[in-house]
Design a protein around this ligand. Structure first.
Ligand code: UDP
Length: 429
């Protein structure tokens, strides 16, 4: 099924008032730092390229990063490669292998990878100073750059996925490609592969002023819950999992934990997902889960369109406990989104999640496997029975996100990176 993205203008620029509003959250000093860092980069042409305008964490970040950096004077453009469904089946297979899990159909289709990247090469702006490629799908574009263009550009590869090292032949395919780049950026130091390309780590971030995260009036939260058929929260507290329907997100474990909790405490489970145009697995996994919860009361599965930001924001605000029991996770924006809303988040102790949650302090970590089911059920029960503890945990979660996972920090890291990368070559005129 084709995914209809909402209209997103890749040339949008955040207005002054929006930048001023960030200052009220992170402080004037932080914003002044950003202006100062951006000053020598004014006019720098940066092209961001990924494979989906909406759906999933990369699009979520670019939707805010691009207008933010444009407002700071950088000439940032965001382009998205196009491909036939077979291309995205191939790249999702590649993605799954890179996260340590093969899937059927097996790794075939390299030709369609190269053909699609070649066909998309016309997207590349040859006058860009920096080309920033996200994830494996468009990584092959670099092979089609004419030598004289390549010589005057910096090419960066940003890896958002949880790189595992199980399948060497797949890693080798990526290695030879990524070693063509000037720099590779990872979401955690744990994922750094032994490749001959300079690596760095930049942590992802959420935008506190986006529709996904901005404050919402409680009446609107209640109305959205009611519209989607949730029961009164006072009667049945809400457990929530927001994620693409994907094999690594731990939906089945959340259902098992919920079953245990519900035997003792009335509650309801909502699993909200959607799809991204570069992810063909959504429907099959959604159907599988639907079967699994068919005769289970108090569980709802929602497959929402990719622009349901306010709905997701409302569910996160309505939840008593947020679950993200992933088995592999590059970062997991949904964890920071929940923490920002002062919710206790129970996450799989894997990939980028422990970087966000300090176990027992501002959230809980559980084993990323069947073993995690009992642990998760225990933690949920504890949180539901101890609302004061849950509230305090939630407050500490928000503080952690404020300090480390907001977009202002993400922009700062990227500006610093661009400055160090361009060194004396940076445009100062
Ligand atoms: N998301 C969404 N609709 C959905 C499922 C997820 O808008 O149905 C958003 C979610 O709120 C988050 C992003 O997509 O902002 C997912 O990012 P994350 O890093 O958690 O996972 P990814 O999808 O990138 O693996």
């Amino acid at each position: 099924m084709a995914v209809q993205c909402p209209r997103i203008d890749p040339t949008a620029v955040f207005p002054e008032e929006r930048l001023a509003a960030y200052a009220t959250i992170v402080g004037e000093r932080e914003m002044e730092d950003l202006y100062r860092l951006a000053e020598p980069l004014r006019g720098l042409e940066v092209q961001q390229i990924n494979s989906a305008r909406c759906g999933g964490g990369v699009a979520e970040m670019l939707q805010s990063l691009v207008p933010f950096e444009r407002a700071l004077g950088l000439d940032v453009r965001w382009d998205v490669i196009a491909g036939r469904p077979e291309f995205f089946v191939y790249t999702k297979t590649l993605h799954n292998f890179l996260q340590g899990k093969p899937r059927v159909p097996d790794l075939i289709g390299t030709k369609i990878y190269w053909d699609t990247n070649q066909a998309n090469y016309k997207l590349v702006r040859e006058d860009a100073d920096v080309v920033l490629i996200h994830d494996p799908q468009p990584a092959g574009l670099i092979m089609f750059v004419p030598e004289e263009v390549r010589a005057r550009q910096k090419w960066l590869w940003r890896c958002h996925i949880h790189l595992s090292h199980e399948y060497h032949f797949v890693l080798d395919f990526m290695r030879t490609l990524i070693e063509e780049y000037d720099l590779a950026i990872f979401s955690s130091g744990k994922f750094l592969p032994p490749w001959a390309v300079p690596p760095t780590v930049v942590l992802p971030y959420i935008d506190p002023l986006s529709d996904k995260n901005r404050d919402l009036p409680p009446e609107q939260v209640r109305e959205i819950c009611w519209e989607h058929g949730l029961e009164r929260l006072e009667k049945k507290p809400l457990l929530l999992l927001v994620s693409r329907f994907d094999p690594f997100k731990g939906h089945a474990y959340a259902i098992e934990a919920f079953k245990q909790v519900r035997k003792e405490i009335p509650c309801q489970l909502l699993m909200v997902g959607g799809t991204a145009s570069d992810d063909p697995e959504n429907e099959a996994i959604f159907a599988q889960l639907q079967e699994q919860v068919e005769n289970l009361p108090d569980v709802r599965l929602l497959n929402l369109p990719p622009d349901s930001h306010i709905e997701i924001n409302a569910f996160q605000r309505a939840a008593s406990v947020i679950l993200q029991p992933s088995i592999k996770e590059g970062f997991g924006l949904t964890v920071s989104e929940g923490m920002w809303k002062e919710k206790p988040v129970i996450g799989g102790d894997v990939g980028g999640i422990p970087g966000q949650i300090t176990d027992g302090y501002n959230g809980f970590l559980v084993s990323p496997s069947e073993k995690g089911v009992d642990e998760m059920a225990q933690r949920i029960k504890y949180l539901l029975l101890n609302p004061y503890f849950a509230r305090e945990m939630g407050k500490r979660g928000k503080q952690a996100v404020k300090e480390r996972f907001l977009i202002t920090r993400g922009v700062k890291d990227e500006l610093r990176l661009l400055r160090s990368l361009l060194g004396d070559e940076k445009k100062s005129s």
